[in-house]
Write a protein that binds this ligand. Structure first.
Ligand SMILES: Cc1cc2nc3c(=O)[nH]c(=O)nc-3n(C[C@H](O)[C@H](O)[C@H](O)COP(=O)(O)O)c2cc1C
Length: 387
């Protein structure tokens, strides 16, 4: 999409979602957009931000605002990080590397999903930094160790252990659409793709290559079907703190736990030497009925007591949402779906555009609130039922 058209038509994250819906085959749009079961948690994520109001003090204003922060020793130019999303390469050719380059250009971090199409080594080769790698605890603990060691060798700056995906959530939009991993295309899905000609044209060569890159073993077929089977059989719902302790021993750099909602679990994580917490319900894709991430944040922040950074994701769609999260004690937010919408519309330029929307909205909201830098954000900047 031409940059001017992008600016004019995709003026907000919601507008980007609407454009992505028009661009993508329905089954692929829903794969990203949907949540588990009745999508209560998915809805709550966004709605919970409505309950929180911002309390401005304009006479404390500044001509220029500073949106930067330091996280794990790296300077980031804005408090919005690209979160891990599997199969980003289904939205745009080489989607993961496009998004990582856009994050680096915007001065922020990119987290690669375990389920990326490109390998973690290929992502590292594009030089985007800071880059984090997301892993699971697998039944085959050696495989967790193997991925971790590969990430260390490839120079990743952080490791993210996702703890809320040990069973796959029940995503009913995918059932309705017949969308599976691997994508098995029935007549309806196929018809849905044909009417999205630009996406199909762009992806026609890629589709054959779509796989879970990190799971392909040397000499083995890269067939996504057998890999998807192996991947879900590898997940282990019986993981425990012992596994977290083991990972802590293997990975020397910053280690984050993603998927924490319970304050007691956050406290135990810190006691196990974890360097960062990501308060998350997996964008409402896993346990339907879980609280909104932003609603769970304050108790986690209190339990952690400033010992390690707390990040949050889920339903962050406006710069003002980022401000609310930071005022409640988060250091930064991650975004999942918005980067996929950016990719779907314009690849790397689309993700750059999404990050630019957040940057402009955060800056404007800070200006209107009389906030000069992120450190000034605290509970006294908020009002409303959610506080
Ligand atoms: C299509 C898709 C794939 C995802 N894949 C992963 C994944 O592989 N690992 C992970 O930890 N989280 C994954 N997530 C969850 C995101 O990292 C993030 O927690 C969530 O999307 C945040 O909510 P948001 O989409 O409202 O920003 C995925 C989310 C989506 C939408």
């Amino acid at each position: 999409m031409h940059p001017e058209r992008l600016k004019r038509q995709a003026y907000s994250v919601a507008a980007m979602r609407a454009r992505a819906r028009r661009t993508l085959p329905a089954a692929i749009f829903d794969f990203a957009d949907g949540g588990a079961e009745d999508e209560r948690t998915l809805r709550r994520n966004e709605e919970a931000f409505d309950e929180i109001a911002l309390l401005p003090r304009p006479l404390n204003g500044a001509a220029e605002r500073d949106l930067s922060l330091t996280l794990f020793g790296k300077r980031l130019s804005l408090p919005v990080i690209i979160g891990p999303t599997g199969l980003a390469g289904l939205f745009w050719p080489d989607g993961e590397r496009c998004a990582a380059r856009a994050a680096a250009a915007a001065g922020t971090a990119y987290c690669l999903s375990h389920g990326s199409v490109c390998t973690l080594e290929a992502l590292a080769q594009c030089g985007a930094s800071p880059r984090w790698m997301q892993v699971f605890i697998y039944r085959d603990r050696d495989f967790t160790r193997e991925l971790t060691e590969r990430a260390a060798k490839a120079g990743y700056d952080g490791l993210v252990l996702t703890i809320d995906n040990q069973l796959t959530g029940n995503r009913e939009r995918d059932l309705r659409n017949g969308f599976t991993i691997p994508p098995r295309l029935g007549p309806a899905a196929l018809a849905g793709m044909v009417i999205k000609a630009p996406w199909l044209l762009r992806m026609r060569r890629e589709l054959r290559r779509i796989t879970f890159g990190n799971y392909v073993r040397p000499g083995e077929a890269a067939d996504i079907g057998s890999l998807a089977g192996r991947m879900s059989s590898l997940l282990d719902p019986s993981m425990s703190w012992k596994d977290v302790g083991e990972l802590r021993r293997v990975w020397q750099g910053p280690l984050l736990l993603k998927g924490i909602l319970h304050p007691a679990e956050a406290k135990t994580a810190v006691d196990h030497g974890i360097d960062g917490i990501i308060v998350s319900n997996h964008g409402g894709r896993q346990l339907d009925g879980a609280p909104a991430a932003i609603a769970a944040l304050p108790a986690v922040v209190e339990a952690v007591g400033g010992r390690v950074p707390v990040l949050v994701d889920g339903g962050v769609r406006r710069g003002a949402d980022v401000i609310k999260a930071l005022a409640l004690g988060a250091q930064a937010c991650l975004v999942g779906r918005p980067q996929l919408w950016g990719l779907a519309i314009a690849g790397e330029a689309g993700v750059s555009h999404v990050l630019d929307i957040y940057r402009r909205e955060i800056d404007r909201a800070m200006g209107l609130m009389g906030i000069k830098c992120l450190d000034e954000l605290g509970p006294d900047c908020l009002a409303g039922r959610g506080v």
